[in-house]
Design a protein around this ligand. Sequence first.
Ligand code: GDP
Ligand code: MN
Length: 388
Amino acid sequence: MDIHEYQAKEILAKFGVPVPRGGLAYSPEQAAYRAREIGGSVWVVKAQVHTGGRGKAGGVKVCKSEHEVEEAADRMLGRKLVTHQSGPAGKMVNRLYIEGGVNIAKEFYLGFVLDRSLQRVIVIASSEGGMDIEEIAEKNPDSIVRVPVEPAVGMQAFQAREIAFALGIPGAAVTEAAQTILGCYRAFRDKDGTMLEINPLVLTGENHLVALDAKMSFDDNALFRHPDISELRDKSQEDPRETQAADRGLSYVGLDGDVGCIVNGAGLAMATMDMILLAGGAPANFLDIGGGATPDRVAKAFRLVTQDKNVKAILVNIFAGINRCDWVAQGVVKAVEMTDLKLPLIVRLAGTHVEEGRRILAESGINVITAANLAEAASKSVAAAKAA
Ligand code: GDP
Ligand code: MN
């Protein structure tokens, strides 16, 4: 789960990470009021959206007066912000964060991720902040330092200082930098983060450190033990298809092709997508109905897939172990009748109660193309989508 910048900063501040003074605004008037509250003569108006690259897309505006703050807020609110990371649909701007301006002397990059091959939290830092880490890796790979953290003891103070030295942070600010890095690490660890990115981490003209931007993502499977994090969820920033599915106990991943896929199990979903690509088509999504799918759940899955206007054909591919083909077949029949399905439907069933499942489909009278194996199912789906 992702959260907004201002929410991440609130969490980080509790772990001793210095952040600029700021306040949330839902309207231009409120934005101007926030600026007055913060004081000073320079403010930054920042669109709160779950995506990076806001600066280049007009989602971050430095302002010199309350009037400018109000105008910038008026331009951003209620519009979709399209950045190079957001995808073409963009993200709706409903909230703004107003911050006091910071006198930037130098920008650094600081990130925390889980390195799966090392099975460790790894700190990634660079003296070249402000641009994307991908761009840094391309333009100045030597500036990147990587420090794995030993999980048994956690991050040590010396490691944080070493990172600060590697970044070339001046002596006067090293203690503050080490505190900042350690604070970020603790927030990441204690809250079960999967990603934390401070870009840029800024050295001010007065030799202080400030986290000027903050992005944080959390492990969905650990949210049950962090109610404070769960409640930060903002559904307006998520793919509505994926949110609807998750709320119904299904996992849905939206893609760009035209074959809708209803499968059981992530591994089978991958294989199904590979086979569709091999047959010359492209999947519109994959929807995992999981194990023990009842007819009702299958029907819900159908409703989700048919809501996607890109879908030209539906492929149901079930390898039933825990699942039962007869239940899936019942669900398919129910769904086709309920949704009055007009799209070509291709079904491949294998495993538990397969004979019964095939019989249900055959006797139902619904219009269904059956396939004996996955290769056949994939090529029939691609052909049907192309013909549509
Ligand atoms: P992102 O583009 O979504 O990553 O948004 P950021 O929060 O990183 O902002 C983009 C850029 O705006 C930063 O890299 C800074 O250069 C600039 N910026 C943000 N806040 C301030 C500020 O308080 N003062 C100044 N001068 N620039 C800022
Ligand atoms: Mn940034």
